[in-house]
Design a protein around this ligand. Structure first.
Ligand code: GCB
Length: 656
């Protein structure tokens, strides 16, 4: 049978097919350490954020700086520099065409290291994220190289620093995306008016902002220190007793001394700072804390006190009880479970009402911005959302901590978007992106699901084995959370759904299909969700729907791009969702998008993607008010939350 199949296909097809078949499950590097930098009685943290010096390489000669050793001295000695804020994307800072630069750019700055840091401790340099690839030098010495945006990396720099003296850090950042990066892109040489030029293209629909996107820290640890903490939690059936399982790894010489039996003292404090549980570890540096009368972690609007967090204090002690290191982190006690119909938190079925989002803003691009983050969470709560997907890459660690505090559930997505041209190399990078993501985010109670890709080409040859390997790998790293992917191919063509726990689908009825036809939304949404469920017998989420909307454009009757149209498109979807909710397996609705965002230039985008419910400046469009009424109505119906006083505007006492 195989023979006759092969004889029917072309040589190229056979080659592709066999490449797909020989994908193997190779090991990927495992992340170590990388605890979020926090001060304690044994640790100091210093920020290197601020204005750095910046040079762009000649696009036609991206490796010149490495060959000419620009890192060996101040950048300004090699090239004229310009000031560049860190953290920020560099693209929208200047008034020239830096926005569209392809290839490498360089940053440097000087900093002092205090004399006191020379004493018996270790110093680490940590980046929250650099997009896409980073090479780092300290005082001209190579420190670390990291590929993959949106994820942290660090290296020990103890022996490279000058103590009580000035030091220099140099970073080269490369934004080029090719077919084996995550996400994928293409670099081509194209004729322009002056000869030839390098062009970066990609199929995904957001601007490829680049640079040092998140904070840069130096931090100290003792010689022997807490390198990793992993926490999982459990609740008794009646939700009165909580269990916190912790496991710690230690790095340092004391850990290797035969006569030194290191142990952990773990203390758990409630919000008021009262000690509610403590334990001393076994020889494996792990153990369990039991919390009576526990306050579980609940999502926003599912409980009067959402986002309840305890503080876990981990003390590393030597045999003689000498205190070696202390690290503290917040812990939410909750359980997750799922079956072919439902997703449950603390035993209660969840209905997700949320958004796909982007880290995106005017001027700073994808740079970490606390003002924007706090504003966004205020808007999420104002509108009554209980969840968002980190479409289409990991968001800042600070925002994950904020989601924990505020009870916002996260579908945590790796940076694989529009995945195609499956290859062994891509598979390795894709798995690594998930490994780094899970290592970073595994302790966040807000993270309730992993999304292994957005709109992968799951109808293509090889997609089945590729996604089976990616999903199984993800499961091997974390069995406590379900796995999804946001799929856009028709369900009849999809080959990845069988490897997922929850099916998410993206569809733009009345926009990309049947543009303008508001009468062609509701039934299509119902039919497609039913078809996905029939095919896989798994819970279904609509992970994207929406319509581009230019704020201030009004048209009655509704017409594409107007505020009326977006409002109507939402309303037609709501009707479908309510029908689907009755079926028991439809578990969530996510609008695309929370806010307008920047894309590559194209004739389909006016200044970017305008499907936001909020403008890029984070002000509501008309549809935001409608969505708010729905999300709170769902909250009241499903979770007995109360309505905000200003949810309905008084019209007349004739209408109630
Ligand atoms: C999608 C993509 C998202 C796009 C959106 C759109 O399906 O997942 O990244 O921005 O459609 O607006 O086209």
């Amino acid at each position: 049978m195989a023979l006759s199949f092969f004889s029917l296909v072309t040589g190229l097809y056979v080659l592709h097919f066999s490449i797909a078949l020989i994908l193997v499950n190779k090991e990927v590097p495992q992340t170590r350490g990388m605890l979020y930098p926090r001060e304690s009685e044994t640790r100091e943290v210093r920020s290197l954020d601020g204005i750095w010096n910046f040079v762009r390489s000649d696009q036609a000669n991206p490796t010149q700086g490495v060959r000419d050793e620009w890192y060996a001295k101040e950048l300004s000695k090699s090239r004229p520099t310009i000031p560049m804020p860190v953290p920020a994307s560099y693209n929208d800072i200047t008034t020239d065409n830096l926005r569209d630069h392809v290839g490498t750019v360089w940053y440097d700055r000087k900093f002092f290291v205090p004399r006191s840091w020379a004493k018996d401790q270790r110093i680490w340099l940590r980046f929250g994220s650099v997009h896409y690839e980073a090479y780092v030098w300290i005082n001209g010495q190579k420190v670390v190289k990291h590929e993959m945006g949106h994820l942290p990396f660090e290296a020990e720099v103890t022996d490279l620093l000058s103590y009580g003296a000035e030091n220099r850090i140099t970073v080269m950042c490369d934004n080029a995306l090719i077919q084996t990066t995550v996400p994928q892109g293409r670099i081509t040489e194209v004729p322009n008016d002056g000869g030839m030029t390098i062009v970066q293209s990609y199929t995904f629909d957001f601007f490829n902002y680049a640079g040092i996107h998140r904070s840069v820290h130096l931090y100290t640890t003792p010689r022997t220190f807490i390198e990793e903490v992993e926490v999982t939690t459990n609740l008794s059936k009646d939700a009165t007793i909580g269990e916190v399982f912790y496991s710690v790894s230690v790095n340092g010489s004391a850990a290797n001394e035969a006569d030194n039996v290191l142990h952990i003292q773990a203390n758990l404090y409630d919000k008021e700072g009262v000690l509610v549980a403590n334990a001393t570890s076994d020889g494996k540096l792990g153990g369990k804390l039991q919390v009576n009368q526990v306050k579980p972690w609940w999502p926003y609007l599912m409980h009067p006190e959402p986002g309840y967090l305890y503080q876990l204090e981990i003390k590393l002690l030597a045999t003689n009880d000498e205190l070696l290191d202390v690290y503290r982190l917040k812990v939410g006690v909750r359980t997750l479970s799922w079956n072919s119909q439902q997703f449950l938190i603390n035993g209660k079925p969840v209905y997700f009402r949320g958004f796909g989002r982007h880290e995106d803003a005017d001027i700073r691009g994808k740079g970490l911005d606390n003002a924007l983050m706090v504003r966004d969470f205020n808007l999420l709560k104002w509108i009554g959302a209980n969840a968002y997907r980190t479409s289409h890459y990991p968001y800042s660690e600070e925002s994950m901590q904020f989601a924990d505090e505020h009870g916002i559930m996260i579908i945590d997505e790796c940076p694989s978007v529009d995945t195609e041209n499956y290859s062994q190399e891509l598979l390795g990078k894709h798995k690594s992106s998930l490994e780094q993501l899970i290592h970073r985010d595994r302790n966040h109670p807000s993270v309730v699901m992993w999304s292994i890709a957005n709109e992968p080409r799951t109808g293509s040859v090889g997609a089945d084995s590729y996604f089976e390997l990616v999903a199984n790998y993800t499961r091997s790293l974390d069995k406590t959370r379900p796995i999804t992917a946001a799929i856009a191919v028709p369900n009849t063509q999809d080959k990845a759904g069988r490897s997922l726990d929850i099916i998410s689908f993206n569809r733009y009825n009345a926009w990309y299909s049947n543009a303008g036809r508001l009468d062609m939304v509701t039934q299509n949404v119902i039919d497609e969700a039913v078809a996905w469920n029939k095919r896989y017998n798994k819970p279904i989420i609509m992970s994207e729907y929406g319509a581009d909307t230019l704020e201030g454009l009004h048209m009655q009757p509704a017409y594409v791009w107007s505020e009326e149209f977006q409002t109507e498109v939402f309303s037609r979807h709501f009707k479908a969702f309510d029908e689907l909710r009755k079926k028991g397996w439809f578990i969530g609705e996510f609008v695309w998008n929370f806010a307008d965002f920047k894309t590559a230039q194209s004739y389909t985008r006016v200044g970017g993607n305008k499907k936001g419910v909020f403008t890029r400046a984070r002000q509501p469009k008309a549809a935001a008010h409608l969505l708010r009424k729905r999300y709170f109505a769902l909250g009241r119906d499903l979770d007995q939350c109360s309505f905000p006083e200003d949810l309905f505007t008084y019209i007349a006492d004739l209408i109630s």
